[in-house]
Design a protein around this ligand. Structure first.
Ligand SMILES: [Zn+2]
Length: 390
Protein backbone atom coordinates (compact mmCIF):
# COMPACT_ATOMS: atom_id res chain seq x y z
CA UNK A 1 0.00 0.00 0.00
CA UNK A 2 2.82 2.38 0.90
CA UNK A 3 4.40 1.51 -2.41
CA UNK A 4 1.22 2.50 -4.22
CA UNK A 5 1.11 5.93 -2.56
CA UNK A 6 4.75 6.50 -3.42
CA UNK A 7 4.05 5.48 -6.98
CA UNK A 8 1.07 7.81 -7.17
CA UNK A 9 3.20 10.78 -6.05
CA UNK A 10 5.90 9.94 -8.61
CA UNK A 11 3.24 9.79 -11.32
CA UNK A 12 2.01 13.24 -10.32
CA UNK A 13 5.47 14.81 -10.40
CA UNK A 14 6.74 13.12 -13.57
CA UNK A 15 3.37 13.39 -15.24
CA UNK A 16 3.61 17.16 -15.32
CA UNK A 17 7.25 17.01 -16.46
CA UNK A 18 6.54 14.63 -19.28
CA UNK A 19 6.72 16.42 -22.60
CA UNK A 20 5.48 14.58 -25.72
CA UNK A 21 8.34 14.31 -28.25
CA UNK A 22 6.60 15.45 -31.42
CA UNK A 23 3.01 15.83 -32.50
CA UNK A 24 3.02 14.41 -36.01
CA UNK A 25 -0.05 12.35 -35.23
CA UNK A 26 -3.67 13.44 -35.20
CA UNK A 27 -5.07 13.86 -31.72
CA UNK A 28 -8.59 14.94 -32.64
CA UNK A 29 -11.01 13.45 -35.15
CA UNK A 30 -11.16 16.85 -36.84
CA UNK A 31 -7.49 16.55 -37.82
CA UNK A 32 -8.29 13.34 -39.71
CA UNK A 33 -11.39 14.93 -41.26
CA UNK A 34 -9.30 17.93 -42.32
CA UNK A 35 -6.73 15.59 -43.85
CA UNK A 36 -9.46 13.82 -45.85
CA UNK A 37 -10.75 17.21 -47.02
CA UNK A 38 -7.27 18.43 -47.91
CA UNK A 39 -6.37 15.34 -49.95
CA UNK A 40 -9.81 15.27 -51.60
CA UNK A 41 -9.26 18.88 -52.71
CA UNK A 42 -5.79 17.94 -53.94
CA UNK A 43 -7.22 15.01 -55.90
CA UNK A 44 -9.90 17.26 -57.40
CA UNK A 45 -7.25 19.76 -58.42
CA UNK A 46 -5.17 17.05 -60.05
CA UNK A 47 -8.21 15.66 -61.89
CA UNK A 48 -9.10 19.16 -63.12
CA UNK A 49 -5.54 19.69 -64.32
CA UNK A 50 -5.60 16.33 -66.12
CA UNK A 51 -8.93 17.18 -67.79
CA UNK A 52 -7.69 20.62 -68.83
CA UNK A 53 -4.48 19.12 -70.23
CA UNK A 54 -6.48 16.51 -72.12
CA UNK A 55 -8.64 19.25 -73.66
CA UNK A 56 -5.49 21.11 -74.67
CA UNK A 57 -4.01 17.95 -76.20
CA UNK A 58 -7.23 17.41 -78.16
CA UNK A 59 -7.10 21.01 -79.45
CA UNK A 60 -3.49 20.57 -80.56
CA UNK A 61 -4.36 17.28 -82.27
CA UNK A 62 -7.06 19.07 -84.28
CA UNK A 63 -4.62 21.84 -85.19
CA UNK A 64 -2.14 19.21 -86.36
CA UNK A 65 -4.81 17.57 -88.55
CA UNK A 66 -5.68 20.97 -90.04
CA UNK A 67 -2.01 21.73 -90.73
CA UNK A 68 -1.50 18.29 -92.30
CA UNK A 69 -4.39 19.08 -94.63
CA UNK A 70 -2.87 22.45 -95.48
CA UNK A 71 0.46 20.77 -96.22
CA UNK A 72 -1.29 18.27 -98.47
CA UNK A 73 -3.12 21.10 -100.29
CA UNK A 74 0.12 23.03 -100.75
CA UNK A 75 1.81 19.94 -102.16
CA UNK A 76 -1.09 19.47 -104.59
CA UNK A 77 -0.83 23.12 -105.65
CA UNK A 78 2.91 22.73 -106.21
CA UNK A 79 2.28 19.61 -108.30
CA UNK A 80 -0.32 21.45 -110.39
CA UNK A 81 1.98 24.41 -110.97
CA UNK A 82 4.82 22.12 -111.96
CA UNK A 83 2.53 20.38 -114.42
CA UNK A 84 1.45 23.75 -115.78
CA UNK A 85 5.09 24.79 -116.20
CA UNK A 86 5.81 21.54 -117.98
CA UNK A 87 2.80 22.06 -120.24
CA UNK A 88 3.80 25.69 -121.01
CA UNK A 89 7.28 24.53 -121.89
CA UNK A 90 5.81 21.98 -124.28
CA UNK A 91 3.53 24.64 -125.81
CA UNK A 92 6.49 27.00 -126.29
CA UNK A 93 8.39 24.24 -128.04
CA UNK A 94 5.32 23.50 -130.19
CA UNK A 95 4.78 27.18 -131.13
CA UNK A 96 8.47 27.47 -131.99
CA UNK A 97 8.10 24.46 -134.23
CA UNK A 98 5.01 26.00 -135.83
CA UNK A 99 6.76 29.33 -136.59
CA UNK A 100 9.65 27.43 -138.03
CA UNK A 101 7.26 25.37 -140.19
CA UNK A 102 5.51 28.49 -141.55
CA UNK A 103 8.85 29.99 -142.60
CA UNK A 104 10.01 26.68 -144.01
CA UNK A 105 6.77 26.30 -145.93
CA UNK A 106 7.39 29.48 -147.86
CA UNK A 107 11.13 29.27 -148.08
CA UNK A 108 11.69 25.56 -148.64
CA UNK A 109 8.57 23.77 -149.78
CA UNK A 110 7.63 26.36 -152.40
CA UNK A 111 11.10 27.47 -153.34
CA UNK A 112 13.14 30.56 -152.31
CA UNK A 113 10.83 33.02 -153.96
CA UNK A 114 7.56 31.46 -152.89
CA UNK A 115 7.02 34.15 -150.24
CA UNK A 116 7.67 36.92 -152.78
CA UNK A 117 5.58 35.14 -155.41
CA UNK A 118 2.80 34.84 -152.93
CA UNK A 119 3.11 38.49 -151.99
CA UNK A 120 3.47 39.82 -155.51
CA UNK A 121 0.72 37.50 -156.80
CA UNK A 122 -1.60 40.01 -155.29
CA UNK A 123 -3.95 41.79 -157.59
CA UNK A 124 -4.01 45.05 -155.75
CA UNK A 125 -1.54 46.84 -153.50
CA UNK A 126 -3.88 46.36 -150.65
CA UNK A 127 -4.01 42.64 -151.34
CA UNK A 128 -0.20 42.56 -151.55
CA UNK A 129 0.24 44.27 -148.21
CA UNK A 130 -2.36 41.99 -146.83
CA UNK A 131 -0.61 38.88 -148.17
CA UNK A 132 2.80 40.01 -146.89
CA UNK A 133 1.42 40.80 -143.48
CA UNK A 134 -0.36 37.42 -143.15
CA UNK A 135 2.97 35.60 -142.92
CA UNK A 136 4.39 38.15 -140.49
CA UNK A 137 1.24 38.09 -138.41
CA UNK A 138 1.35 34.32 -138.18
CA UNK A 139 4.93 34.32 -136.82
CA UNK A 140 4.32 37.39 -134.63
CA UNK A 141 1.26 35.72 -133.22
CA UNK A 142 3.33 32.70 -132.29
CA UNK A 143 6.06 34.92 -130.78
CA UNK A 144 3.43 36.70 -128.73
CA UNK A 145 2.02 33.42 -127.43
CA UNK A 146 5.53 32.17 -126.64
CA UNK A 147 6.28 35.35 -124.67
CA UNK A 148 3.06 35.01 -122.74
CA UNK A 149 3.88 31.40 -121.97
CA UNK A 150 7.35 32.38 -120.75
CA UNK A 151 5.81 34.97 -118.46
CA UNK A 152 3.40 32.35 -117.20
CA UNK A 153 6.30 29.99 -116.48
CA UNK A 154 8.10 32.71 -114.54
CA UNK A 155 4.98 33.48 -112.53
CA UNK A 156 4.41 29.81 -111.83
CA UNK A 157 8.02 29.27 -110.76
CA UNK A 158 7.70 32.21 -108.36
CA UNK A 159 4.46 30.76 -106.99
CA UNK A 160 6.10 27.35 -106.59
CA UNK A 161 8.90 28.93 -104.57
CA UNK A 162 6.43 30.73 -102.33
CA UNK A 163 4.43 27.55 -101.81
CA UNK A 164 7.61 25.61 -100.95
CA UNK A 165 8.37 28.23 -98.29
CA UNK A 166 4.82 28.02 -96.99
CA UNK A 167 5.08 24.23 -96.85
CA UNK A 168 8.31 24.48 -94.83
CA UNK A 169 6.67 26.91 -92.40
CA UNK A 170 3.68 24.60 -92.01
CA UNK A 171 5.97 21.61 -91.40
CA UNK A 172 7.81 23.60 -88.71
CA UNK A 173 4.52 24.59 -87.11
CA UNK A 174 3.41 20.96 -87.13
CA UNK A 175 6.68 19.93 -85.49
CA UNK A 176 6.31 22.62 -82.80
CA UNK A 177 2.76 21.47 -82.07
CA UNK A 178 3.92 17.84 -81.78
CA UNK A 179 6.58 18.97 -79.29
CA UNK A 180 4.05 20.95 -77.27
CA UNK A 181 1.65 18.00 -77.31
CA UNK A 182 4.40 15.62 -76.09
CA UNK A 183 5.24 18.06 -73.30
CA UNK A 184 1.65 18.27 -72.06
CA UNK A 185 1.25 14.50 -72.35
CA UNK A 186 4.37 14.07 -70.24
CA UNK A 187 3.07 16.55 -67.67
CA UNK A 188 -0.22 14.69 -67.53
CA UNK A 189 1.50 11.34 -67.07
CA UNK A 190 3.47 12.83 -64.17
CA UNK A 191 0.27 14.09 -62.51
CA UNK A 192 -1.50 10.79 -63.13
CA UNK A 193 1.37 9.00 -61.42
CA UNK A 194 0.74 10.93 -58.20
CA UNK A 195 -3.01 10.27 -58.18
CA UNK A 196 -2.85 6.80 -56.55
CA UNK A 197 -0.77 8.22 -53.67
CA UNK A 198 -3.33 10.95 -53.00
CA UNK A 199 -6.15 8.41 -53.26
CA UNK A 200 -4.27 6.21 -50.81
CA UNK A 201 -3.94 9.17 -48.40
CA UNK A 202 -7.68 9.80 -48.63
CA UNK A 203 -8.35 6.10 -48.03
CA UNK A 204 -6.01 5.94 -45.00
CA UNK A 205 -7.44 9.08 -43.37
CA UNK A 206 -11.02 8.19 -44.24
CA UNK A 207 -10.44 4.82 -42.59
CA UNK A 208 -9.36 6.66 -39.44
CA UNK A 209 -12.40 8.95 -39.58
CA UNK A 210 -14.72 5.95 -40.02
CA UNK A 211 -12.94 3.97 -37.30
CA UNK A 212 -13.15 6.71 -34.65
CA UNK A 213 -16.68 7.77 -35.65
CA UNK A 214 -17.81 4.18 -35.24
CA UNK A 215 -16.40 4.40 -31.72
CA UNK A 216 -18.62 7.45 -31.08
CA UNK A 217 -15.97 10.16 -31.45
CA UNK A 218 -16.99 13.59 -32.78
CA UNK A 219 -14.84 16.18 -34.54
CA UNK A 220 -13.39 17.93 -31.51
CA UNK A 221 -12.89 14.82 -29.39
CA UNK A 222 -9.32 13.94 -28.46
CA UNK A 223 -9.03 10.39 -29.73
CA UNK A 224 -8.68 7.80 -27.02
CA UNK A 225 -8.88 10.53 -24.36
CA UNK A 226 -12.26 12.24 -24.51
CA UNK A 227 -13.75 9.41 -26.60
CA UNK A 228 -13.02 5.72 -27.25
CA UNK A 229 -10.98 5.61 -24.05
CA UNK A 230 -8.93 2.37 -23.89
CA UNK A 231 -9.03 0.26 -20.73
CA UNK A 232 -7.02 1.63 -17.81
CA UNK A 233 -3.38 0.62 -17.56
CA UNK A 234 -3.00 -2.34 -15.24
CA UNK A 235 -0.23 -1.21 -12.94
CA UNK A 236 0.38 -4.35 -11.03
CA UNK A 237 -2.70 -6.25 -9.97
CA UNK A 238 -0.81 -9.09 -11.57
CA UNK A 239 1.44 -10.17 -8.71
CA UNK A 240 4.20 -11.31 -11.08
CA UNK A 241 4.90 -7.73 -12.25
CA UNK A 242 7.16 -5.86 -9.88
CA UNK A 243 6.64 -2.11 -9.60
CA UNK A 244 10.15 -1.20 -10.78
CA UNK A 245 9.48 -2.26 -14.36
CA UNK A 246 6.60 0.19 -14.71
CA UNK A 247 7.55 3.78 -15.42
CA UNK A 248 5.86 6.85 -14.03
CA UNK A 249 4.00 7.47 -17.29
CA UNK A 250 2.49 4.01 -17.35
CA UNK A 251 5.08 2.55 -19.71
CA UNK A 252 6.79 -0.64 -18.63
CA UNK A 253 9.72 -2.77 -19.68
CA UNK A 254 8.49 -5.40 -22.16
CA UNK A 255 9.55 -8.41 -20.05
CA UNK A 256 9.26 -9.32 -16.37
CA UNK A 257 12.96 -10.11 -16.25
CA UNK A 258 15.73 -9.45 -18.69
CA UNK A 259 18.78 -7.44 -19.56
CA UNK A 260 19.79 -4.86 -22.13
CA UNK A 261 22.01 -6.25 -24.91
CA UNK A 262 22.11 -3.31 -27.32
CA UNK A 263 21.07 0.31 -26.98
CA UNK A 264 19.43 2.70 -29.40
CA UNK A 265 21.56 4.61 -31.92
CA UNK A 266 19.04 6.18 -34.27
CA UNK A 267 17.78 5.73 -37.80
CA UNK A 268 21.22 5.17 -39.32
CA UNK A 269 22.26 2.71 -36.64
CA UNK A 270 20.36 0.45 -34.30
CA UNK A 271 16.79 1.68 -34.62
CA UNK A 272 15.60 0.24 -31.32
CA UNK A 273 16.85 -1.51 -28.20
CA UNK A 274 17.56 -5.22 -27.78
CA UNK A 275 16.71 -7.21 -24.67
CA UNK A 276 17.76 -10.72 -23.74
CA UNK A 277 16.74 -12.99 -20.90
CA UNK A 278 18.05 -16.08 -19.14
CA UNK A 279 14.77 -17.69 -20.16
CA UNK A 280 15.10 -18.07 -23.93
CA UNK A 281 11.27 -18.02 -24.23
CA UNK A 282 10.69 -15.08 -21.90
CA UNK A 283 7.15 -13.68 -22.04
CA UNK A 284 6.78 -10.38 -23.89
CA UNK A 285 4.27 -7.68 -22.82
CA UNK A 286 3.13 -4.42 -24.45
CA UNK A 287 5.11 -1.45 -23.14
CA UNK A 288 1.84 0.40 -22.51
CA UNK A 289 -1.87 -0.09 -23.00
CA UNK A 290 -3.10 0.45 -26.51
CA UNK A 291 -4.34 -1.28 -29.60
CA UNK A 292 -2.63 -3.80 -31.89
CA UNK A 293 -2.32 -2.33 -35.37
CA UNK A 294 -0.13 -4.93 -37.05
CA UNK A 295 0.68 -8.61 -36.69
CA UNK A 296 2.95 -9.99 -39.40
CA UNK A 297 6.52 -10.44 -40.54
CA UNK A 298 9.38 -8.25 -41.69
CA UNK A 299 11.23 -8.98 -44.95
CA UNK A 300 13.60 -11.36 -43.10
CA UNK A 301 10.73 -13.41 -41.70
CA UNK A 302 10.82 -12.10 -38.17
CA UNK A 303 7.51 -12.06 -36.30
CA UNK A 304 6.52 -8.42 -35.87
CA UNK A 305 3.79 -6.88 -33.71
CA UNK A 306 2.93 -3.19 -33.63
CA UNK A 307 0.88 -1.42 -31.00
CA UNK A 308 -0.43 2.14 -30.93
CA UNK A 309 -0.55 3.99 -27.60
CA UNK A 310 -2.24 7.26 -26.78
CA UNK A 311 -0.10 9.38 -24.47
CA UNK A 312 -2.00 12.48 -23.40
CA UNK A 313 -3.51 12.78 -26.87
CA UNK A 314 -0.31 11.99 -28.76
CA UNK A 315 -0.05 8.60 -30.44
CA UNK A 316 3.13 6.62 -29.81
CA UNK A 317 3.92 3.35 -31.58
CA UNK A 318 5.87 0.35 -30.35
CA UNK A 319 7.20 -2.44 -32.57
CA UNK A 320 8.28 -5.85 -31.26
CA UNK A 321 10.41 -8.18 -33.39
CA UNK A 322 11.94 -11.69 -33.46
CA UNK A 323 9.38 -13.42 -31.14
CA UNK A 324 9.00 -17.15 -31.63
CA UNK A 325 5.29 -16.99 -30.76
CA UNK A 326 2.69 -14.22 -31.04
CA UNK A 327 -0.59 -14.32 -29.15
CA UNK A 328 -2.24 -11.11 -30.38
CA UNK A 329 -4.55 -10.22 -33.24
CA UNK A 330 -4.80 -6.94 -35.15
CA UNK A 331 -7.37 -4.61 -33.60
CA UNK A 332 -7.07 -6.14 -30.13
CA UNK A 333 -7.05 -3.76 -27.16
CA UNK A 334 -4.17 -4.57 -24.83
CA UNK A 335 -2.84 -3.56 -21.44
CA UNK A 336 0.66 -3.93 -20.01
CA UNK A 337 -0.37 -7.34 -18.64
CA UNK A 338 -1.72 -8.78 -21.90
CA UNK A 339 0.66 -11.55 -23.01
CA UNK A 340 1.95 -10.44 -26.39
CA UNK A 341 4.21 -13.37 -27.30
CA UNK A 342 7.36 -15.27 -26.45
CA UNK A 343 10.91 -14.11 -27.03
CA UNK A 344 12.55 -15.84 -29.98
CA UNK A 345 15.04 -15.61 -32.80
CA UNK A 346 12.88 -15.42 -35.94
CA UNK A 347 14.16 -13.43 -38.91
CA UNK A 348 17.57 -11.79 -39.02
CA UNK A 349 18.76 -12.66 -35.55
CA UNK A 350 21.79 -14.33 -33.98
CA UNK A 351 19.99 -15.56 -30.87
CA UNK A 352 16.78 -15.22 -28.84
CA UNK A 353 16.14 -11.56 -28.04
CA UNK A 354 13.49 -8.89 -28.32
CA UNK A 355 14.06 -5.92 -30.62
CA UNK A 356 11.87 -3.01 -29.51
CA UNK A 357 11.39 0.07 -31.69
CA UNK A 358 9.36 3.15 -30.81
CA UNK A 359 8.11 5.89 -33.13
CA UNK A 360 5.62 8.72 -33.35
CA UNK A 361 4.04 7.32 -36.52
CA UNK A 362 3.90 3.94 -38.19
CA UNK A 363 4.33 2.89 -41.80
CA UNK A 364 1.56 0.27 -41.49
CA UNK A 365 -0.80 2.87 -40.07
CA UNK A 366 -0.34 6.53 -40.92
CA UNK A 367 2.99 7.36 -42.58
CA UNK A 368 5.58 6.21 -45.11
CA UNK A 369 8.56 4.11 -44.08
CA UNK A 370 10.87 7.13 -44.59
CA UNK A 371 8.74 9.22 -42.22
CA UNK A 372 8.60 6.29 -39.83
CA UNK A 373 12.42 6.21 -39.68
CA UNK A 374 12.52 9.95 -39.05
CA UNK A 375 10.03 9.55 -36.23
CA UNK A 376 12.08 7.01 -34.28
CA UNK A 377 12.53 7.73 -30.60
CA UNK A 378 14.74 6.13 -28.00
CA UNK A 379 12.42 3.64 -26.24
CA UNK A 380 14.05 4.68 -22.97
CA UNK A 381 12.36 8.07 -23.41
CA UNK A 382 9.21 6.15 -22.42
CA UNK A 383 10.04 2.89 -20.73
CA UNK A 384 12.06 2.83 -17.51
CA UNK A 385 15.78 2.61 -18.09
CA UNK A 386 17.25 -0.69 -16.89
CA UNK A 387 20.26 -2.79 -17.88
CA UNK A 388 19.16 -5.82 -15.87
CA UNK A 389 16.01 -6.49 -13.92
CA UNK A 390 13.70 -9.16 -12.53
ZN1 LIG B 1 17.80 -4.96 -32.43
Amino acid sequence: MKKNIKYFIVVLILGTMFIPLSKTQATTLKEYEDAVEKYTAELQEKENQIASNEAEIEEIKQKIVSISNQIFQTETEIDNLEQEIEQSNQEIAQKGEESKSIMEYYQLANGDNAYLEYAFGAETITDMIYRASIVEQLTEYNDQIMKELETLIETNEQKTKELATKKEELAQLEKDLETEKAKIEEENAAIEETVPTVKEQIRVYQEQVDYWKAKGCTSNDILGVTCAVPPKVDTGNNGSISIDIIGANGFRLPMNKGYLTQGYSGKNGHMGVDFGSSNKSEEIYPVASGQVIYVGHDSYGANVVKIVHNVNGTLIFSTYAHMRAVYLKKGQIVTTSTLLGLMGSTGWSTGPHLHLEMTTCDWTYNCTYATYKNSLVNPFSYIPYATRWG
